[in-house]
Design a binder for this molecule. Sequence first.
Ligand SMILES: [Cu+2]
Length: 146
Amino acid sequence: MRLAACAALALLLPVAAHAEASLTLTDGFVRSSNPKSGAAFMVIGNEGDSECRLTAVLSEAAERAELHTHLEEDGVMKMVGIDGGIAIPAGQTHRLERGGDHVMLLGLHQPLAEGQTVPLSLDFGDCGMVEAELPVQNRNDAGHGH
Ligand SMILES: [Cu+2]
């Protein structure tokens, strides 16, 4: 079992994984109200001189991770995939929050319990990869402002 886990890890983690100094991740957490899926929220800051774009996310905790946002359609909030990634202009921050943009974790290998951490590899394309380890906070309502 242990060997299999290691092999999976090696496949999922990009080789040149290195956090770029110009990108910051703060207030990150994962919330899961369902044993099969969860969502990651955080504030991404870009202190560099050029735009960075979050194009993809990988997590060994789930079969796949997708960039989602919420759109209102006929008065109903719907979750839709984001095409083309999430741009963070130079000198700006972008908040992934409930009811807005988020990283959707689909096909969790095991339910996420309070107190666990979830590893994420965030691919910012030319700006590089950022590795994060986010705490599971299933009762965190941060950003749920309507
Ligand atoms: Cu979603």
